[in-house]
Design a protein around this ligand. Structure first.
Ligand code: SAM
Length: 283
């Protein structure tokens, strides 16, 4: 079997199939030989655990996943890659490629039909243009998966994994911690891809929690409050909540005081529990 991280080989396969990279689809393919085996190891796939991959590209990560998992289902949006994958994954009998959009496919149904009630993890080098939406979709839909191990741009990784109360925290960090325990695994330099992106990447792992760490009275209202709190980062919490939720400033001031928060507090200073108390009080 030819080595897919051999740039000359990868380029020759792609050009034989008339393939050209699409920037719009976030097509930066991995050619660093150390990255995919590490991702396959860290994601927890095993002979007792299947994997869903989003965006197999030319199949470099797919091949590594197929060595450790009992089954790999890879979702690829770009039809032009199907004949490429036919060639590069020939002999990988436990791999199934689905041509579709990971943002639109019914993933509950896919898991039910393809994995027969067994354990499932997700592992992917995500196209950067859908990083947060695809992660949030997977978490919010409460898919029956153990974890998500994904490569994302460094800045996105920092936001997703940021701890409440720190500078990088945003609505996505709070939402992620409601469903999962995030962990930064390792850095991947821009030179590890063809074509190289403008920024470095990071592999992160989100271990799905059995229960959220907080129990807001109303989950939807909790997320509405978190989004409003971070919508205007330069404003105080009092101003952003008042305009975002349409609640008077005096009501917000009263809510902040009864939740033990300063009137000048900013969203990035709050803990998960603070957001929960405020949402329960206000909404
Ligand atoms: N896994 C390969 C690798 O590591 O070399 C390719 C990763 S590349 C960053 C992202 C891949 O996702 C591309 O193959 C692209 O065509 C595919 N893709 C883009 N948008 C997608 C979507 N909405 N659903 C599924 N795949 C998508």
């Amino acid at each position: 079997m030819q080595n897919l991280t051999d740039i000359a080989y990868m380029k020759s396969v792609l050009s034989r199939h008339g393939f050209t990279f699409s920037k719009a689809l976030g097509q930066n393919f991995l050619v660093n030989p150390t990255v995919c085996p590490k991702m396959a190891e860290y994601c927890g796939a095993s002979e007792n655990c299947g994997v869903i991959e989003i965006g197999p590209g030319a199949g470099v990560l797919t091949r590594e996943l197929s060595k450790v998992a009992n089954k790999v289902v890879a979702i690829e949006l770009d039809k032009r890659l199907l004949p490429v994958l036919d060639e590069t994954l020939s002999g990988c009998d436990n791999v199934k490629i689905i041509n579709g959009d990971a943002m639109k496919l019914d993933l509950h149904k896919l898991i039910e039909e393809e994995f027969n009630g067994g354990d499932v993890v997700i592992c992917a080098n995500l196209p950067y243009y859908i990083t947060s939406p695809v992660i949030m979709r997977i978490l919010e839909e409460k898919l029956p998966i153990k974890s998500l191990t994904v490569m994302v741009q460094k800045e996105a990784a920092e936001r997703i994994c940021a701890e409440p109360g720190t500078r990088d925290v945003g609505a996505v960090s709070i939402a992620v911690r409601y469903y999962a325990e995030p962990e930064m695994l390792f850095k991947v330099s821009a030179g590890s891809f063809v074509p190289p992106p403008k920024v470095d990447s990071e592999v992160i792992k989100l271990d799905i929690l059995a229960e959220p760490p907080i129990k807001p009275k109303d989950e939807k209202q909790f997320f509405r409050l978190v989004k409003s709190a971070f919508a205007q980062r330069r404003k105080t919490l009092s101003n952003s909540l008042s305009s975002g939720l349409g609640v008077s400033k005096s009501d917000i001031a009263q809510a902040l005081e009864s939740c033990g928060l300063k009137p000048t507090a900013r969203a990035e200073e709050l803990s998960m529990q603070d957001f929960c108390k405020l949402a329960d009080y206000l909404l």
